[in-house]
Design a protein around this ligand. Structure first.
Ligand code: HEC
Ligand code: HEC
Ligand code: HEC
Length: 420
């Protein structure tokens, strides 16, 4: 290790792009996307109450406005920092990892301090009593979290002196505040993330959460960002779209409230770091099977091809190549994702454009839950995963049925109005 380089790097990381402490904290709160979880769609920012579905049951986020009775107004900096980075609340109970503290463990003390100053001084106190959680046994006893923390907790950020400042800034943001891994890293037997940085081949290798699939962000050519350039990754994070596709589902909130609001330098840093990740070694990547259903969907006149021609081709084209205002379906990483969850979800429920305010009216993906049966949707999704050179496993009717039951059209959160 070169000590001088390391010290300079630490200085660089601490030197955040805002002049005074309060606005630095606000910028960091956006990088950490605190508002998306700690607010309800029409509620006051940071007053909590959002219901999150977790594998152990629904959990409600808490009020983190500085209200002394119902919020975090009584938290000292040390208590706030311990909640943020170690997942321990003021009264000593352990927080559920629905709060992404395993990632936030990477936040520097300076940044944690700036966040604290922002929440205490600039956020409006709101009186709103927290909703109790409805977690089933044995998870309602919070003690298993102590074991979980040993297995899954992240460690503090360590800059890598073999890489330049930009790469290290990107690593710091992606692993830490931006908690990309909380959604994009596969989880193990106790729901712990399988890796927290580039030392693990499973880090950001793709995972399924709450009716969406957060795809592989590593260098894999098909179901990864292997075909995206660094500039294209940056464009996607900055605007919610690029020539490969658009942000939808849970990613749309990330783009709207967090990445579109960050400085170009930070976006470039994240893109540089992501582009440096080698292909995945996690066999979450399932294998394409040329089975009878796929053959049927592919063969001329197969139900999937016919359904596509009838329902989808008017917008997406028969060649699947997309156009100026239309994401391509051929070679699209979201379509090559081994897990078809996001695709089935978007066909069932549709998707508004990423930047609703600036979009033309014809610019959204319609819902098909009212027009197509589970079988039709499974056939069409299998078809688009096998046509135009795409190779990804078939979608099943049973999975479409499950997602039809567990999702609703238009339920996607769009704006937390007071934030915009
Ligand atoms: C992915 C969703 C999510 C994000 C993003 C998130 N939180 Fe949380 N947070 C939660 C949940 C859920 C809880 C409650 C956990 C529990 O009750 O065990 C929580 C609890 C907390 C607590 C403890 C509050 C209390 O009531 O004692 C603090 C402090 C906190 N979060 C701060 C933050 C800050 C600051 C950020 C942004 C840097 C943030 N959170 C981002 C989900 C989130
Ligand atoms: C709350 C969960 C969540 C978080 C946090 C999250 N993502 Fe995503 N992301 C998703 C989902 C779900 C998708 C699939 C939908 C889509 O393609 O828009 C996705 C898609 C993407 C894609 C498109 C990939 C493709 O193959 O089309 C990129 C790139 C991406 N995310 C990058 C990031 C980065 C970088 C971060 C951290 C700054 C991040 N994501 C944080 C859930 C999340
Ligand atoms: C009325 C025009 C229209 C029709 C019909 C239509 N789509 Fe779309 N679709 C869109 C638009 C616009 C988007 C981009 C929305 C977004 O993600 O912001 C889109 C997005 C998608 C995406 C996400 C691609 C990505 O990476 O962002 C998939 C997958 C998709 N459509 C599949 C289908 C399928 C399958 C059908 C037929 C069942 C279909 N679409 C019918 C307009 C249409």
């Amino acid at each position: 290790m070169k000590p001088i380089g390391f010290a300079l790097l630490a200085l660089f990381l601490a030197a955040t792009p805002r002049a005074n402490a309060a606005s630095t904290g606000e910028y960091l709160a956006r990088a950490g996307d605190c508002v998306v979880c700690h607010s309800q769609s029409d509620g006051a920012p940071y007053a909590g109450g959002l219901k999150m579905n977790t594998p152990v049951g629904p959990i409600f986020t808490t009020n983190i406005t500085p209200d002394k009775e119902t919020g975090i107004g009584l938290y000292t900096f040390e208590e706030f920092d311990r909640a943020l980075r170690l997942g321990v609340a003021r009264d000593g109970h352990r927080l559920y990892p629905a709060m992404p503290y395993p990632s936030y463990a990477k936040i520097t003390t300076e940044d944690s301090r700036a966040l604290y100053d922002y929440f205490m001084n600039d956020v409006k106190p709101v009186r709103q009593v927290n909703t109790p959680n409805a977690i089933a046994a044995p998870w309602n006893a919070r003690w298993p979290l102590a074991i979980w923390n040993v297995l899954g907790a992240g460690t503090p950020f360590r800059a890598d002196p073999d890489h330049d400042d930009l790469w290290n800034r990107g690593a710091y943001l992606v692993q830490g505040l931006a908690h990309c891994g909380a959604c994009h890293t596969p989880r193990g037997w106790l729901f712990q993330e399988k890796g927290f940085d580039e030392q693990s081949g499973a880090f950001l290798a793709g995972a399924t959460l709450d009716n969406w699939s957060a795809p592989n962000l590593r260098g894999d050519l098909n179901s990864g960002l292997g075909r995206w350039t660094e500039a294209e990754i940056a464009e996607y994070l900055k605007t919610g779209r690029n020539r490969h596709g658009r942000a939808f589902g849970a990613m749309r909130d990330v783009v709207t409230f967090s990445t579109t609001t960050l400085d170009d330098d930070d976006i470039a840093a994240m893109a540089k770091y992501l582009k440096s990740l080698p292909p995945s070694i996690d066999r979450h990547q399932s294998v394409w099977v040329y089975d009878a259903r796929t053959r049927d969907a592919l063969s001329k006149g197969g139900a999937g091809a016919a359904g596509y021609a009838r329902q989808c081709a008017s917008c997406h084209g028969l060649d699947g190549l997309g156009g100026a205002d239309m994401p391509p379906l051929a070679g699209n990483a979201a379509i090559l994702d081994p897990d078809p969850t996001s695709l089935i979800n978007i066909v069932l429920n549709g998707a508004p454009p990423p930047d609703e305010a600036n979009a033309n009216s014809g610019d959204s993906m319609p819902q098909f839950r009212s027009f197509l049966r589970d079988r039709d949707i499974a056939d069409i999704v299998t078809f688009i995963r096998s046509a135009w050179g795409n190779r990804a496993p078939a979608a099943t009717e049973a999975r479409v049925g499950e997602l039809r039951r567990d999702t609703t059209a238009g339920a996607e959160r769009t704006v937390i109005r007071q934030m915009r």
